[in-house]
Design a binder for this molecule. Structure first.
Ligand SMILES: NC(=O)c1ccc[n+]([C@@H]2O[C@H](COP(=O)([O-])OP(=O)(O)OC[C@H]3O[C@@H](n4cnc5c(N)ncnc54)[C@H](O)[C@@H]3O)[C@@H](O)[C@H]2O)c1
Length: 384
């Protein structure tokens, strides 16, 4: 089947003959003005056609997304597809949902070399986005072995399989948990890393493995240290689903939806402006955008690049609760509890490096947008 397309060379020639502009008539009425952009540059805005502006460049590039059935991975997949990438997801569905995935999904484990061999042989993968991991800080303190097995040993199996199949570009979901107790705020990437729990340690260990694999085996990687992921997708299709809710915003929303009676606020005596802990919340669609910009970086540069992904603005627990009360119109009952061991008073990113090197700027990470998207998702999910 043939497709009718504009012959731009001919059009350019025609425009030259008509001094850079043409008026097209239909039924005797002027219908269309065609202008030569070179002659009328001020009339054209350089506007991107998708969040990354990369559609033309990436068409055909195939990305493996591990953990693409989970909270952040699924939103990244949605954004990758919208930007013209070809995507395949590998997820063992230990916490993710198959219904979150709207591209080919391979149900399998990143630690299984046979699954990986088959996947890399059947799909010509250009780069891997590695989201798959266990993610609960509190659980990692009780069962460190589970975290080192999955987040380090299984991730290493993935990396080795990538090498075996000649795939040398990786984007790794790391975390602000690698820093531990910050000695200065905002936190830059140069801040020392002393994680205070096995989860953060497992992320730091894999970051170090990536550095060595880059030196020795020529892997190129972007390591993204996310601060607190929050909100639901702007499309309204995806959001955070966990059996055991530990993150602040979904917890407060449970109280707003009367699924929990009250919110326990851990620590009222932190050295912050209102005594409650301060965190830097990043909307999931902004995280997804950071990944697409990271892919772009790897098409131009080789090596390992580490970036904080945050906003540089922190919100206290009390501010989050107030915002949720305002947006939902619901009362949130709170109970004061002692500080939790290892919880820093404040975790706020200096995200200027991601801005200057990746062009990353958060668009949806103001607290009202985060809460609005998360509440809409919560209501939809629970049919409230
Ligand atoms: N949520 C946050 O605030 C946050 C902050 C910093 C970093 N991160 C990192 O972002 C990534 C994604 O986090 P999330 O919040 O979307 O978590 P999530 O639990 O929603 O997603 C993780 C996904 O990985 C899958 N998975 C886990 N182990 C696997 C394995 N061995 N093989 C195949 N699939 C496996 C799970 O089924 C799930 O779909 C993680 O690496 C996490 O450490 C998250």
């Amino acid at each position: 089947m043939s497709k009718r397309v504009i012959d731009f060379e001919k059009l350019e020639e025609l425009l030259k003959q008509h001094d850079g502009q043409m008026l097209v008539f239909e039924h005797g009425e002027p219908r269309l003005v065609i202008l030569d952009p070179k002659r009328y540059p001020n009339l054209f805005l350089d506007k991107e056609v998708n969040p990354s502006g990369l559609e033309e460049k990436v068409r055909g590039a195939k990305i493996l997304v591990t953990g693409g059935a989970g909270y952040i991975g699924s939103v990244a997949v949605e954004n990758l597809l919208a930007s013209g990438y070809d995507v395949v997801v590998l997820d063992n569905l230990s916490s993710g949902k198959a219904s979150n995935v709207s591209c080919p999904l391979i149900v399998g484990d990143i630690g299984d070399p046979k699954t990986l061999d088959k996947l890399f042989s059947e799909h010509q993968i250009d780069a891997v986005m590695h989201f798959a991991a266990f993610v609960k800080v509190e659980e990692s303190v009780k069962f460190p072995e589970k975290y080192f097995q999955n987040n380090v040993v299984n991730s290493l199996a993935l990396l080795n399989s990538m090498l075996k199949h000649g795939v040398k570009k990786l984007i790794f979901s790391s975390s602000a948990a690698v820093y531990g107790q910050p000695s200065s705020i905002p936190i830059t990437e140069k801040h020392p890393c002393f994680p205070t729990n096995p989860y953060g340690e497992s992320k730091l260990m894999f970051e170090k493995i990536i550095q060595w694999y880059s030196k020795v085996h020529g892997i190129s990687a972007v390591i993204l240290r996310y601060f607190n992921a929050a909100g639901a997708s702007i499309s309204g299709n995806l959001g955070e689903i966990r059996e055991d809710v530990t993150h602040l915003i979904p917890k407060v929303l449970q109280v707003a939806a009367q699924q929990e009676e009250e919110l326990r606020i851990f620590g009222q005596d932190y050295p912050t402006f209102d005594g409650t802990a301060v965190r830097d919340y990043v909307h999931v669609d902004d995280l997804a955008l950071a990944h697409i910009l990271a892919l772009d970086k790897l098409t131009k540069d080789q090596g390992v690049f580490t970036y904080n992904i945050g906003t540089g603005t922190g919100y206290s627990v009390n501010q989050v609760v107030d915002c949720i009360m305002e947006q939902t119109g619901k009362m949130i009952m709170t109970e004061h509890a002692p500080r939790r061991e290892g919880d820093p008073a404040s975790l706020v990113a200096d995200a200027s490096l991601a801005f200057s090197e990746l062009g990353f700027a958060a668009q949806y990470s103001d607290l009202p947008t985060i809460v609005d998207t998360a509440w809409s998702w919560h209501k939809k999910r629970f049919r409230l």
